[in-house]
Design a protein around this ligand. Structure first.
Ligand code: NAD
Length: 472
């Protein structure tokens, strides 16, 4: 069992000043895989100071120098793809295919940012003025546990492309993944302080970053309640914030869709990453007269899912991240039953034969309406709710009747009609007949799913400020 007790500050691994120790549990076996000593506010202060020292020189780097840094990072993270994959499986139970995708995406983020920067005009003429796109300054990058390497690398790549030094605060639930990633990033040999990694509690490390006058911007991915705390905390120093938050995404299957393709894809959209994905399409909207058919199809598909050891390539659903998440999902399944939804598949308790580990039964409810808790709240587990609609307008109204608006899915053979509906959906992204995102296109939410956009040119610009210089 390994002991993790280091932060990465000013180009070096240093023993944290914090003293709180947390146990890292493999959620598939409930065995202890590591202990992690969390960094504290003093570590955060040192990390911010290191980033501040690095910021001046980084801001003066040329495009070519930043692209070199991004390419070094890409190469060293790529070389650690297998270890990143394995740590994601071990630490939060990501199924093999998903863990593989996220760890490849981690290194690809640097290549994407390099390409974006290459094509981006950092200086341009507007009217009679010259406009310089300058780094916003030192940035805080705060990540959740459910796609640790991917989220951190995506944010870090955009920050470096923009010329921003950073302090990275991964989730306290991702100590093992963070350790693997920190060593990979260190091997890229970037100048000291350009990025620093401090794994600690949000209430002290995260709060220090959100309130420090030396941090110009926070780029946060996580839950909406935490996003609100960060936005509040940052207002005194007028911090720029990008917030990628909670989702409760709708997947609309139109009458003219190819149901053989659409229903399995919609199920994948709901249950990806064991249902622990912000973009999970957990509200499935189908034409009323097709409900029985859809329910039957889903029952067959869900019964065929392989729940179990996430290391096994045959497994589609692994365990939830921890006992608290297991209990949360049980609570929502019970609420669904209490509030009158019809159980199509799954239910409360563990799947047969899986007494050890935080496994839940993949569950599908029908006859769900927007008054029910399972329809309104993000469950963050493999629980899918089916709604029925009588008209296109009603489908759009149900999809939009959420406080969230991260992503939406549409299935139709009529692309013109689908595009027209996409224009009426309140979501940052609408995926039509696909569930895989485009990693260069902007990503983010509307309504309470967030503020700002990440990825590609929009991600780069979120770390830049425009300075106008006009001559008399
Ligand atoms: P969380 O909000 O509990 O924590 C996210 C991060 O914020 C962690 O690093 C945590 O330590 C930190 N934090 C907590 N309190 C803080 C504070 N006061 N100040 C600063 N930082 C603080 O979320 P989680 O449970 O780790 O992740 C799951 C949530 O994240 C879900 O709601 C999911 O939808 C969301 N998420 C969103 C996206 C997206 O791109 N929109 C992607 C992945 C996850």
């Amino acid at each position: 069992m390994s002991k993790i007790n280091q932060a990465y500050i000013d180009g070096r691994f240093v023993t944290v000043q914090g003293s709180e120790v947390v146990e890292c549990i493999n959620p598939a076996t409930e065995s202890n895989i590591a202990t992690a000593t969390l960094a504290n506010r003093d570590d955060a202060i040192e990390a911010i100071a290191a980033a501040k020292r690095a910021q001046g020189a980084l801001a003066c780097t040329t495009k070519a120098q930043r692209i070199d840094m991004l390419k070094s990072l890409q190469a060293s993270v790529l070389a650690s793809t297998d270890q990143l994959r394995d740590s994601a499986i071990e630490e939060y139970g990501a199924p093999l295919a998903r863990a593989q995708w996220v760890s490849q995406y981690a290194s690809q983020s640097f290549a994407n940012a390099a390409q974006t920067l290459e094509e981006y005009e950092l200086v341009r003429s507007i009217g009679g003025a010259r406009v310089f796109m300058e780094p916003v300054g030192v940035v805080g990058l705060i990540a959740p546990w459910n796609s640790a390497a991917g989220t951190i690398c995506s944010k870090l790549a955009s920050a470096i492309a923009a010329g921003c030094a950073s302090v990275i605060k991964p989730s306290e639930l991702s100590a093992v993944q963070t350790q693997v990633l920190a060593h990979a990033l260190d091997r890229a040999g970037l100048p000291d302080g350009v990025f620093n990694i401090v794994l600690g509690r949000g209430s002290d490390v995260g709060d220090e970053m959100s309130t420090s006058p030396d941090v110009a911007k926070i780029s946060f991915t996580g839950s909406t309640p935490t996003g609100k705390l960060i936005a509040h905390a940052g207002i005194e120093t007028m911090k720029r914030v990008s917030l990628s938050l909670t989702g409760k995404s709708a997947a609309i299957v139109l009458e003219d869709a190819d149901f053989d393709v659409a229903i399995p894809l919609a199920l994948n959209a709901a249950f990806m990453n064991n249902g622990q994905a912000c973009v999970a399409g957990t509200r499935l909207l189908v034409p009323r007269r097709r409900l029985n058919e859809v329910s039957e199809r889903l029952k067959v598909l869900v019964d065929a899912l392989v729940v179990g050891n996430p290391q096994d390539p045959a497994t589609t659903i692994g365990p939830l991240v921890n006992r608290a998440q297991y209990e949360r999902v049980q609570h929502f399944i019970r609420r669904g039953l209490e509030q009158g939804a019809t159980l199509v598949a799954g239910g409360t308790g563990k799947p047969q034969g899986l007494d050890q580990g935080f496994f839940v039964q993949p569950t599908v409810f029908a006859d769900v309406n927007m008054d029910m808790d399972i329809a309104r709240e993000e469950i963050f587990g493999p629980v899918l709710s089916i709604f029925t609609y009588d008209s296109e307008e009603q489908a759009i109204a149900i999809a939009n009747a959420s406080t969230y608006g991260l992503q939406a899915y549409l299935f139709s053979t009529d692309l013109e009609r689908a595009q027209c509906i996409a224009g009426q959906l309140q979501a940052g992204t609408v995926l039509i007949n696909r569930i895989v995102p485009d990693l260069l296109a902007p990503f983010g939410g509307v309504k309470q799913s967030g503020v700002g956009r990440e990825f590609g040119v929009f991600g780069l610009e979120s770390f830049l400020e425009a300075k106008t210089v006009a001559f008399g």
